[in-house]
Design a protein around this ligand. Sequence first.
Ligand code: AMP
Length: 215
Amino acid sequence: MVLLLFGPPGCGKGTQAAVITQILRIPAISTGEIFRAELKAGTALGNAAKEIMAGGGLVGDDIVNEMVRGRLKQPDCRDGFLLDGYPRTIPQAEFLDRLLGELGRPAPSVIYLEVPDDVLVARLTARRQCPVCGRIYNLQSQPPLKDGVCDVDGAALIQREDDQESVIRARLKAYAEATGPLIEFYSGPRFHRIDGNRRPSEIQEDINRILGLNG
Ligand code: AMP
């Protein structure tokens, strides 16, 4: 199965990706997470993306596409994969189409999580992440058991640099301009629009239904 999780920053893609990957036993590949890991490791790729990410813009299509090509050829993608945060532009979607053809993979199913902008800003400014295990928290809706530390490993939670309000607005603008047209690109029976402004468990039920996982 090839699954694309779609939607603006803060729509809940990361949270849902973590659940889907466990149920379907396929890797969840987040291009944003790959960039952050490369940045942390100080690689050339990380440095190339650094300033663009800090300003909330999009990294160039060629860079992202080649990175994804390399990742999808890894053995853990053999039985399928979920892409979170890719494609984000029409050229990326066209590239992915060709790549799936080359790799002999089926056309993707697309899940689009729709959330209004002011809800996204409120969510993102309250978002925290564990730098060790990657678990995502929200100070309002899903706080950690103990203030400021991860429930799983006790590491001090961090706020992503690009989760500051001014950067969030830039990211939402970049999303609307570049990613909005993708909704049109993928429209058809494999495109599923879900109301993402609900509790994660409710959203999960809808996704399970779409994936045929409800028994
Ligand atoms: P995310 O974690 O998905 O919100 O991504 C964080 C940042 O990484 C974005 O704001 C972009 O700067 C960069 N990025 C991630 N995925 C892509 C992509 N598919 N195309 C271009 N830039 C990306």
